[in-house]
Each structure stands twice: as C-alpha cells, then as structure tokens.
Ligand binder design. Structure first.
Ligand code: ADP
Length: 798
C-alpha cells in the first residue's frame, strides 16, 4: 500500500469519462487548463496524484460537489506534449482513497485523502465467485469483440479476488457510474457479487446487440445484399483499375492490335472503342457498338494461306476426288497455271483472271469440285447460296442504324473462312432475284469485279474490305437467267451430266466407298454388283447428276447396317434383285402406265434443270366456246407454241380426223406439271400437238413413247437441242420409242451404244406424220366418223 499521509494535500485531477482502478495503466488526455497546471506544477521525481471521476462527464469546470468522493491514487509515469498544446499523461492506478478535504480548488484541486480498507475474508464463497468471474469473462469474450485473448490471459495471472474483480471491471465497457460503484465497494465479496451481475448484464447486452444486428441484416433482402456485394466488387475492381467494361475494352484493344487491320479500319475501330468507353454497358447502344467491334476484329484482314502451286499435285487431288470431268479439270488446271505464272511475275499484284462459273444440272459435282480446288490450292473453302436472294442487303449488309443489322453474306463467309483468300463458292447465281429492295446482282458485280473488289464496301462494316485475293467460283443450273453483265464477267464451264457408264464408275469408286464408311460398314461386308447399280440408276433415279444415286446407295447401306445390327452378320452381295427388295418397287414405271391410259396425255422429252427428263403434257376438254387455257409452269415461248398448235389444228381439223366445229363446243386446257421446267420451250411443239390431237380424236397415245421437236406455223418439224440428254432420260424412264425431228438424226452418234441398241428412233419432218406414229390405230368407228366429215381437206402446207 502506497504511503499516504493524511495530512498532505494531494493534487486531485477530475476525469470526465474514466474511472481508474488500482493497477490499471491508462493514458489520460489532458486538455483542461486546471489539469495542465496541475501537471506543470508537479515536482520532479516521484509524482503521485489523485484522480477522481466527475459525476457528470459533460461538466467543463467541475466544482467539488461535481466529483465523486472515492478516487484513486495514480503515479504519473510519463507526460507527453501534444502538437496542439495539450498533454497526455500515462498513469498507473495505485489504491482506492477517500477524498476528504479540498484545500484548494484553484488553479487546480488539492485535497487530503484517506486510504480505504478492504473487507476481505478468503473463503469458499469468494473463491467460487472469482472462479465464476473468470468463466463469465471468457463467455463475454465470445460475444464482445473488445475483450481479446490477451485480456483473458492477463486475468488468469491475477489470484487475489479483489484485484481480479478490479481488473475485470476496468477492462469492460461500462458506464462511469457502474465502474464507480465497483470502485467504492470496499467489501470484496460484495464487489464480486456486483461485478458478477455487471458481467452477466454485459454478456446479455452484447448478445442482444448481436441478435439485433443479425435481424437487421436479415431484413436487408437478398437482392439488396447482392447489390451491395456487386457494388463492392465493382469498387474493388475499380480500385484495381479493372471493372467489366474496362476488361472488355482492354481485350478488344488487344484484339484490334492483333487483327492486322489496314489503316482505315484501324482508325474506325479505335474511334469505336473510344465511343464504347463512354457508353454505359447497360444501354442497348453498348451491345450494338460491341457487336460491331467484334465483327471488325474477327475478320481476316491480313490472314491468308499460302497457295500450293504444284500443278501436278493439284491434278492428283482433282483426280482423287472426281471421276471423269476431263474438260472441267483441264480448264481448272489451265486456270491455276496462269495464276501461278502471274504470281511468279508479280507476287503481290491482284490476279485479274476471269471468274469461273460451273454450269450444269444438280449433282454433277460442281460443289465438290470447288472443294477439291480449294484442297489443291491449300485454301479454305466457303460456300454461300444465292438462291432466292432478292435484297441487295443480303450481299452487302444492312446499315448499322437498322435494328439487328449484320454484314452481308460475303463478309459473313469471309469471317467463317478465317482467311482472306479462300475459294469462295457462290451457289445458284441463276436464282438471284430482283425487287424493290435493290438489285443483288449489281452488288455481286462489284464483288466479282477485279477493278473494284479490292475495296468492297459492306454497308454494315462501313470500312472497305479487300476481296482481291478471294478466288470466286459461281455455280448455276442455267445460264439464261443470269443477268447479262454478270454473265459477261464469268467464264462458263459446262458440267454436262453423266451417262450410265460414268455413273456406275462414280458409284463404285466414290459414292459406295463413301457411304459404306459413313454407315459404319466394312468394305468386305457389302458388295454392290454392277447390275445392281445399273438397276438403281435406270429405275430408281431420273437425273443427270449422281445425287439421288448417292442417296439410294445410302438407303441400301442403311438397310444392310440395320440387318447387321439385328444379328445377320453375313457379308451382303447386292444384286439387281436385292434392289427391289431393299428399296421397294420403283414408282415411276407404274405411274407412266397409269397415266397413259387417258386421252390427251403425251410424254415429252425436255432438257431441264435436272438434265434430261420426261414430262407429261396433258390436254383436257371442257364445255366452252373455243378457248385455250394453259396451266402449269409454262414460259412465254411455250405459251406461244401452244397457241400456234391450237390454231393449226383448228384450220386443219378435218385433215387430222377432228370435228372442225370442236372449238364451238369446248375449251381446251393444256397442263404441264411443275417440277419439270423445260429449258427450250419450242421443243414441246410436237408434244403439244399430239396431246391435242389425242384428245380431240379420242385416240390413246402409245405408252412406251416419248417425243420432242419444234414445229412451224405451217406444220414442219424443226430440229432441237439436247438430244443426248433427252434420249437418255427416255431410256431411264423405260420408254422404248422416241420421235425426233429428222434433222436431229446425226446427233445420235453422241449416245452410248447400249442406248442406241435399246431404243427405237422415229424421225419426222412433217407434223402430220406424227399422228400415226404416236397414236394407237383408229377404231373402225373413228374411221367412219372421219370419212363422214372429210370432203376436201384444206391443208395449208406440211
Ligand atoms: P452439285 O454441286 O453439282 O449439285 P455436288 O458437288 O453436290 O453437285 O455432287 C453431289 C455428290 O456427287 C457429291 O457427293 C459428289 O462428291 C458426287 N460426285 C459428283 N460428281 C462426281 C464425280 N465426277 N466423281 C466423284 N463423285 C462425284
């Protein structure tokens, strides 16, 4: 116990918010004039003062009555000068004292003091209570953040219950009054009791606080929490300089720098990036701008494959993938050779060669040859279809102001190709349309023009793209529908279609191996006999190309694969007779026989988009007043031709055994079914004639017969084109006789010998000769009726 002389007056320092307990070390902030004076006048050496709490911390200049009576002696361990003129003192509590008489109040308090005896009997109760205090304190540390592990271990070193309770209370955040109450309690047992209550209360207070805290937090809805989290994340990223937008922009900037754009595009891209930075990511404008930049960076501005220029190697690749097509392959190789020479002369000059256009019926290998050319050159292959394109924007893109705008098909194709020098196939140029939305063919002209296409402008891109390294190849079924200027820009290469022998070869060497592999079969598990392939070609497909042939072969493979899957694992030999079993009866032959059982139906031979084909021309009569109606898909030429035939029959009716007044009682309808659109309208002349005569004379047309030929207004039969294709088509369809114009006789040399042998040819140069060749003989009744009508036949000429 400090030696306190009751007669000495000690400087007394009032404390606003603190109660100092014995042994406790605390810093005191000293700002009040009285207290500063007190410190200044302290003698050097050992400095003991008395500190006492104010009843009300807010009183600036306390009177004696404002101070509690019980205080603590304190040794001033250190005085620190603060920059603002105040001071800070570190003091250590000594012992409880009763402040008795104030001897001075100015310039600071001085008072005599008296030590306070503690009442303490060490017994089980105090032991138990101090143990309890330790436990409670540990509990408190769990709920109150300000009690740390250090505090706990500090307490564990204190044995005396009075010191223990003083220490514990001094560490807690209690009100001044509560602490003062403990300080004034001289009975240690009582003090322990009071402290127990205080600690318990504090634990409760902390727990309730925590609960309130969680309840409040739960009330903040999930979305709000997420919002906070997101905001926090953004803030963190911003702190690090990396929010989503910045990251995205950074990424785009990097892509721009790597895209190899020409200067013009680079400028535009950079400008767009600037713009993007200023648009909030949530606005739709942002996506538009972003998509645009994506397009810019993903185009192959500078990326190209190196051409393989070995002509021998190119031929090998073309031969590997395609049978025959000699003329086509030669033309392609010439084309490549010229490119090679030009490139050797000036490697960087754009090559202004003609654009190749592969023309021919479907399935003749146009597309797949294009692919092989790409392979032979070591280039990428891209194909777009222009069929049904009516809008210029499909070629050249929509302006960006248009909602959902995209670049046109050319630029889309290049993005897919990923190189700027692919082989680019423009399929079906003959099916381009034109309407109010602009003319796609003029856009295409620009694409194909070597003078212009180094700076092709797509409406969406707005910057020009160099197409001069692209090798364009167009394909078409027909030349006629291709607009003149476009046709002039291209060099036509004819894919004529295959005869049966060629098809068998293609099937054996290409289509069958391909389909066998595609159906997970092994070569030795399925063998196609030539006769079987011939059967498919002759009776199941009617085409110039091999597309349906390939499909039917796939059909057979599928059936065999199924058999194997079902356990029948014997190797399968496909013969002519297995074809009917696997594919079912061919539809076309029965169809022909059925249809030919009516008057007015004739089989014409046409040269159509699918090569040679047969077509049914059907004439019907209805009550009426001599009209001629034409339905189905007829071109202008065909309509004129039908009209001419009709007039011719009217004026020569009796001569042909037709009632001359027929037109007074009836209308005639002529129908040509869609699907078989003849290329050369006039060649249907004799067919139309025969159909109408059959109808009017009620004589059936021979069912195994096909015909073709143009007729003049005076009934002469003129030669026509496409004889080879037409006769082949007749042969495929199972017809045995064809009627042809006499002047076409020489064209038969083009036919395979087999066909020449199988078919019977009848040549005509006058239309009236057709009648008896084509129609079944007149019945006696018909003969009689004719005789009755015929008096003086007035033939115009034949
Ligand atoms: P197109 O483009 O003329 O309509 P495709 O190129 O699509 O015809 O040909 C159809 C199928 O026939 C393809 O599988 C193709 O490989 C095959 N083919 C066509 N001609 C030949 C040929 N001469 N040699 C081998 N396969 C061919």
């Amino acid at each position: 116990m400090t030696d306190i002389s009751t007669s000495t007056a000690f400087p007394v320092m009032p404390l606003r918010n603190t109660v100092l307990f014995p042994q406790q070390v605390i810093p005191l902030y000293i700002g009040r004039e009285r207290s500063l004076k007190l410190l200044r006048e302290l003698p050097s050496g050992k400095k003991t003062i008395v500190v006492v709490a104010q009843r009300e911390g807010s009183v600036e200049n306390p009177e004696v009555t404002d101070l509690f009576e019980v205080g603590t002696t304190a040794s001033v361990m250190k005085i620190l000068d603060m920059p603002d003129g105040s001071q800070s003192a570190i003091v250590q509590g000594g012992e409880r004292v009763l402040i008795k008489n104030y001897s001075q109040t100015d310039p600071y308090f001085k008072a005599s003091i008296e030590g306070i005896e503690e009442i303490y009997d060490a017994d089980l109760e105090t032991d138990a209570m101090s143990a309890n205090i330790r436990t409670l304190f540990r509990e408190l540390s769990k709920v109150a953040d300000y009690i740390t592990q250090e505090h706990i271990s500090l307490l564990s070193n204190i044995q005396h219950p009075a010191r223990l309770v003083d220490r514990a209370v001094s560490m807690m955040q209690l009100s001044n009054a509560e602490k003062q109450d403990i300080l004034e309690e001289t009975d240690v047992t009582e003090r322990l009791k009071k402290a127990t209550v205080l600690i318990n209360r504090e634990i409760q207070r902390q727990e309730i606080g925590e609960k309130i805290q969680t309840e409040v937090q739960e009330e903040i809805s999930k979305s709000q929490r997420e919002y906070f989290l997101r905001e926090q994340m953004k803030a963190i990223k911003k702190e690090l300089g990396e929010d989503d937008q910045t990251l995205e922009i950074k990424e785009l900037e990097e892509k721009i720098s790597q895209a190899g754009m020409p200067e013009e595009a680079l400028k535009v891209a950079n400008k767009e990036i600037d713009r993007l930075q200023r648009i909030p990511p949530s606005s739709p404008e942002y996506t538009v701008s972003r998509t645009y930049l994506d397009w810019l960076v993903e185009l192959p501005w500078n990326n190209e494959t190196e051409d393989r220029v070995d002509i021998d190697e190119a031929l090998k690749i073309l031969d590997r993938d395609h049978y025959g097509l000699k003329r086509v392959k030669n033309r392609v190789l010439e084309f490549l050779s010229v490119r090679k020479l030009k490139m050797e002369q000036s490697p960087d000059a754009p090559i202004k060669g003609p654009i190749l256009c592969f023309q021919g019926p479907p399935g003749t290998g146009k597309t797949s040859l294009g692919k092989s050319i790409a392979d032979a050159l070591g280039r990428e292959f891209i194909r777009i279809s222009l069929g049904g394109v009516r809008d210029e924007a499909e070629i050249r893109g929509h302006r960006r102001t248009y909602i959902g705008a995209l670049p046109g098909r050319i630029i889309q194709g290049l993005k897919k190709a990923k190189t700027r020098n692919p082989v680019f196939m423009l399929d079906e140029v003959d099916k381009l349309g034109t309407d109010f939305r602009g003319d796609p063919s003029s856009a295409l002209l620009e694409v194909l023009d070597p003078e212009q296409n180094h700076s092709f402008s797509d409406h969406y891109l707005e910057v020009t793209f160099d197409l001069s390294k692209v090798m364009f190849i167009a394909t078409a079924n027909w030349l006629d529908p291709i607009p003149g200027p476009l046709r002039d820009r291209m060099e036509m290469i004819d894919f004529p279609g295959y005869i049966e022998e060629e098809k068998i070869h293609i099937a054996k060497s290409y289509l069958i191996p391909k389909q066998v592999t595609e159906h997970a079969l092994e070569e030795e598990q399925i063998t196609f006999m030539d006769t079987a392939i011939g059967e498919i070609i002759g009776r199941y497909t009617y085409e110039a190309g091999v597309r349906n042939l390939e499909r039917q072969i796939a059909n057979v493979c599928r059936k065999v694969a199924r058999e194997r899957a079902e356990g029948n694992e014997k190797p399968r030999r496909i013969t002519k007779s297995s074809i009917t079993k696997l594919l079912g009866p061919p539809r076309r032959h029965s169809e022909i026989a059925e249809r030919m059982a009516n008057y007015g139906i004739v089989i014409g031979l046409a040269y159509t988009a699918v090569g040679g084909d047969i077509l049914f021309i059907e004439a019907m009569k209805m009550e009426g007043k001599g009209g001629l109606k034409l339905t189905g898909k007829l071109g202008e030429v065909m309509k004129e031709s039908a009209q001419a035939v009709y007039s011719y029959i009217r004026s020569n009716a009796e001569r042909f055994g037709v009632d001359p007044d027929f037109y007074k009682k009836m209308d005639i309808h002529v129908h040509i079914p869609a699907g078989a659109v003849p290329k050369d309208g006039p060649s249907a002349g004799i067919t139309l004639f025969t159909a109408m005569i059959s109808l009017l004379t009620e004589r059936l047309v021979k069912s195994n017969l096909g015909m073709t030929g143009e007729i003049t207004l005076r009934g002469a039969v003129l030669p026509i084109g496409g004889i080879r294709e037409k006769v082949m088509a007749a042969n495929r369809a199972g017809l045995t006789t064809v009627i042809l114009p006499k002047k076409n006789e020489a064209d038969l040399v083009d036919l395979p010998d087999r066909v020449k042998k199988e078919m019977e040819f009848q040549f005509v140069d006058k239309i009236c000769d057709v009648i008896d060749l084509a129609l079944e003989p007149e019945t006696d009744e018909q003969k009689k009726a004719k005789k009755a009508r015929t008096k003086t036949p007035k033939l115009t000429e034949a």
